[in-house]
Design a protein around this ligand. Structure first.
Ligand code: ADP
Length: 507
């Protein structure tokens, strides 16, 4: 199985892999402004609500316990005052004393009899027969509760929450003949009033918050979307082929800066591809034109001059055949590359003996050894099996050896090796003794359409597409490959093959 490895070049930098991109369908999504506004409003509203509810709860609780504390303190004092004040004070008028105490402590103070009738303070000026007064001074229900609480607690006095008020109650012996009750109450109306006020305030705060979050969201979303809108505009320009656009994001956030960097990178890549595409057309047309011109020239020569001289005619016809071959290989390279990179031609994986296959490929270069003095030094370990698309791998290896032949030095030496590096991997390497590759050109040589500016006389036909085919084939397999090169000393191109157990493919 082809192992998925990250492709790296000789410097360890990952070789960029082209990915299929799916453009998302245009959707009518909510705007950032609305989202921000909704989030802000909801959040602030939640905070106000939480704050309000806790405030109200805490406030009510605090007020109540404060009322209880106040009552227990003041109730005791009132009780003592009533019982201990000598009758000479207040002119012996207990009603006046009680009214004074009620006013002084800001509480309701009554002396009630067993039935809940108000004994003190007496209001001689009031018409006792008026019905509403009966109601106001009817403490029959309250006295029942008070009596019950006193019995339950067994204490001399009780403090409890009654209907809308807090009550301090005690049984006192004011008159020798009968028991009466002291009833001190603090109304809880003020709690209701304060919470009503608070609700109104909270309502106002909520409205204010909505307005504020609207303003904040517009400001923030404007701040967020401005660079996006700008970048979208520029990206459109870029899509129309304007490679001069520059994306800025530094004035905004880190993420915007990263997006701008990515877009600038995309622009550079696009412009590079665009430039290379134009160069390819120029190169390919030039490469097509040269053999065509030669074919035409030699054909004319045959017609006009050498047609009757067999020796010359054959030589000229031979040139025509060679040039036609060059054209054919150029066309097939262009076709191969477009087929491989468009993925029309899927990988046909088989397990094969790479050692044997490499020897076979090397045999194809035999004519160079025999006729032009090339020296192939080989170091091939036997029976190294891999699983891959045999034909395509063959093409990649052939291109690499072809390049080594083309670019090797005057000694015409090319070293080819295939060695195990671990139990799971073996390495193919082809080394030449040529001028090497400039470090800054290394990342570019794999690019489609790239050809070094330096012109070269090549014994093997080159189209400028060879390494691009190698890269596409190896990336499709997920194999690690790369180049190590030293100026003036030569270059080594290598491929790491995953080892596979030998397998009979016909089963
Ligand atoms: P071609 O060899 O047909 O120009 P390739 O795609 O095979 O196209 O190679 C691209 C470029 O990479 C070459 O033009 C050359 O500049 C450089 N190159 C490839 N192999 C070597 C090598 N072994 N030594 C030096 N330069 C090389």
């Amino acid at each position: 199985m082809a192992r998925k490895t990250k492709n790296t070049d000789a410097n360890g930098a990952p070789v960029k892999t082209k990915r299929k991109r799916n453009y998302r369908r245009r959707q009518r999504n909510t705007s950032i402004f609305f989202l921000l506004w909704a989030v802000f409003s909801a959040l602030s509203f939640l905070i106000v609500l939480l704050f309000g509810v806790t405030q109200q709860m805490v406030m009510t609780q605090t007020y109540k316990s404060e009322a209880a504390r106040e009552l227990s303190e003041k109730g005791g004092k009132i009780e003592t005052a009533i019982l201990k004040t000598p009758s000479s004070e207040f002119g012996g008028n207990r009603s006046a004393l009680i009214r004074y105490l009620a006013m002084h402590y800001d509480l309701q103070v009554y002396i009630l009899d067993e039935t809940g009738e108000v004994l003190l303070p007496q209001e001689p000026d009031l018409d006792q027969n008026r019905e509403e007064l009966d109601e106001t001074f009817d403490y029959s229900e309250e006295i029942e509760t008070l009596k019950q609480r006193l019995t339950e607690s067994g204490d001399s006095y009780v403090i409890y929450e009654g209907v809308g008020e807090y009550v301090y109650g005690a049984k006192i012996s004011l008159y020798e003949d009968s028991e009466v009750y002291l009833y001190v109450a603090k109304s809880l109306d003020f709690i209701e009033t304060s919470s009503k006020q608070m609700r109104v305030r909270m309502g106002l705060v909520t409205v204010f918050i909505f307005v504020l979050s609207f303003a904040l969201s517009s400001a923030i979303s404007g701040w967020f979307t401005r660079p996006l809108t700008e970048m979208t505009k520029k990206a459109r320009q870029l899509a129309r082929g304007d490679f001069d656009v520059d994306f800025h994001g530094d004035d905004y956030s880190q993420e915007m800066a990263a997006l701008a960097d990515t877009l600038n990178f995309a622009r550079d890549e696009l412009s590079k591809t665009d430039r290379m595409q134009k160069e390819l057309i120029a190169n390919v047309s030039h490469d097509f034109k040269t053999p065509l011109t030669m074919i035409k020239a030699y054909a004319s020569m045959i017609i006009e001059i050498s047609g009757d001289v067999p020796e010359k005619r054959n030589k000229h016809a031979q040139v025509i055949v060679e040039e036609a071959d060059r054209l054919t290989s150029l066309v097939s390279d262009v076709l191969d590359l477009s087929k491989i990179s468009s993925g029309i031609d899927g990988l046909k994986l088989t397990t094969f003996d790479m050692s044997a296959y490499l020897s076979e490929i090397l045999d194809r270069f035999g004519y160079l050894r025999d006729t032009q003095g090339y020296v192939f030094e080989t170091e091939i370990e036997e029976e190294l099996y891999t699983r891959a698309d045999e034909l395509k791998i063959g093409q990649a290896v052939y291109n690499l050896i072809g390049n080594a032949v083309n670019y090797t030095g005057a000694d015409k030496k090319v070293r080819v090796s295939l060695k195990k590096v671990s139990e799971t991997e073996f390495r193919f390497a082809v080394t030449d003794t040529g001028a090497g590759i400039k470090p800054e050109e290394i990342p570019t040589i794999w690019d489609r359409y790239y050809r070094s500016a330096e012109t070269h006389k090549r014994p093997v036909k080159g189209t400028g597409l060879g390494l691009s085919i190698v890269k596409t084939v190896l990336e499709k397999h997920g194999f690690v490959f790369g180049v190590e090169s030293e100026r003036g000393k030569g270059s080594t191109f290598y491929i790491l093959f995953p080892a596979a157990p030998p397998q009979n493919n016909f089963v």
